[in-house]
Design a protein around this ligand. Structure first.
Ligand code: PEP
Ligand code: MN
Length: 338
């Protein structure tokens, strides 16, 4: 429960009362966050107290991830920022293949204005006979390419045993769709001193996704970015169905940044830019896009990778759309009755 206080109110009387009931009281902004047996307090009674300007009843399922009157959380990854009006773009190949390829991809990413370089080193593949990534060598190549081109890097964590190796090589640790409910992995991510990119499982509800984030937050790691990447529906026209309703809804429900991966949802390069633009309109705090210097020869997810031309077009379109939207929302804030 979150109790908003009147500007000049003294919180001590209420704080003492809550403490006597065994409720933990944390001052936050112009209010008090109550955790513990809050069911002892009747919200209607609380609203009638002279110190109280309002009461927000928190989602008991995910109290740390829930918006509950909190400002947007801004997650910093190197020099990139996500959330609270900051928009970051993560770009890179599906997998780190070799030095030349990741270096060329990093060069394209940096040249086109991406803020984080991606590349999988441990790949979660549906078939054991498909390309599995080059493991630790891939992390070294990714990290070196990021440094050469001035970009922080992100790679996927598949097993708690790789936590140490990964968190010393990357600035952002990804938990992929297939591991969104791998609870030992979520707990391990909660103990890391590194931001986490949590992709939505393709059969996970918004609530399950938020609860997965709650595992990481409850473990002590407050730097979580959510990533919508498409869910499985009856529609076979695209690889997955990009759920942009979830982006708009979660931006209201949680204070965490929400970004969108149009590449894995589309499964086809031609659809990546329109989905990216739609994500911007839905309120996304950033994008994750697969790019490759020679998409046709990519070892993994070749059909959905953008080449340099496609990615630079996407970035121009996104930047132009964002400048309109930002200008518009500033005008609306300054002139709310118009
Ligand atoms: C990825 O981003 O490399 C990936 C495998 O995506 P997802 O977990 O969303 O399938
Ligand atoms: Mn991929």
């Amino acid at each position: 429960m979150f109790v908003l206080l009147h500007r000049d109110a003294q919180p001590s009387r209420l704080s003492e009362l809550f403490t006597r009931l065994g409720i933990a009281v944390t001052p936050e902004g112009n209010g008090l966050r109550l955790t513990g047996p809050v069911f002892c307090v009747d919200p209607a009674w609380l609203r009638s107290q002279p110190e109280v300007a309002g009461v927000i009843e928190l989602d008991p399922a995910a109290p740390l991830a829930d918006r509950s009157g909190r400002e947007d959380t801004v997650v910093q990854v190197g020099n990139a920022r996500f959330g609270g009006g900051h928009f970051g773009v993560i770009a890179g190949p599906c997998a780190v293949e070799d030095e030349a390829c990741i270096d060329a991809a990093a060069q394209i990413a940096a040249r086109c204005g991406a803020s984080v370089l991606r590349g999988g080193a441990f790949k979660p593949r549906t078939s054991p006979y498909h390309y599995q990534g080059i493991g630790e060598t891939g992390l070294q190549l990714l990290s070196a390419a990021g440094k050469r081109h001035g970009l922080p890097v992100v790679a996927e964590l598949m097993s708690p045993e790789d936590c140490e190796t990964l968190s010393t090589r990357v600035e952002l640790v990804q938990i992929g769709a297939r591991n969104m409910q791998n609870f030992p992995l979520l707990r391990a991510a909660g103990r890391l001193d590194c931001p986490i990119l949590l992709k939505r499982g393709f059969c996970a509800t918004q609530e399950e996704w938020l609860l997965a984030a709650e595992y990481i937050l409850a473990g002590g790691n407050s730097r979580v970015i959510l990533c919508e990447r498409g869910i499985r529906t009856f529609e076979p026209g695209q690889r997955f169905t990009l759920d942009l309703g979830a982006v708009a809804a979660l931006k209201r429900r949680t204070h965490l940044p929400v970004i969108v991966d149009p590449s894995h949802a589309a499964g086809q390069a031609e659809l990546v830019e329109p989905l990216a633009l739609a994500a911007v309109c839905a309120g996304a705090d950033g994008l994750m896009v697969e790019i490759h210097p020679k998409p046709a020869s990519a070892l993994c997810d070749a059909r959905q990778a953008l080449n340099e031309y496609g990615f630079s077009r996407l970035m121009d379109a996104v930047n132009s759309l964002r400048s309109h939207i930002t200008k518009d929302s500033i005008e609306r804030r300054q002139n709310p009755d118009a």
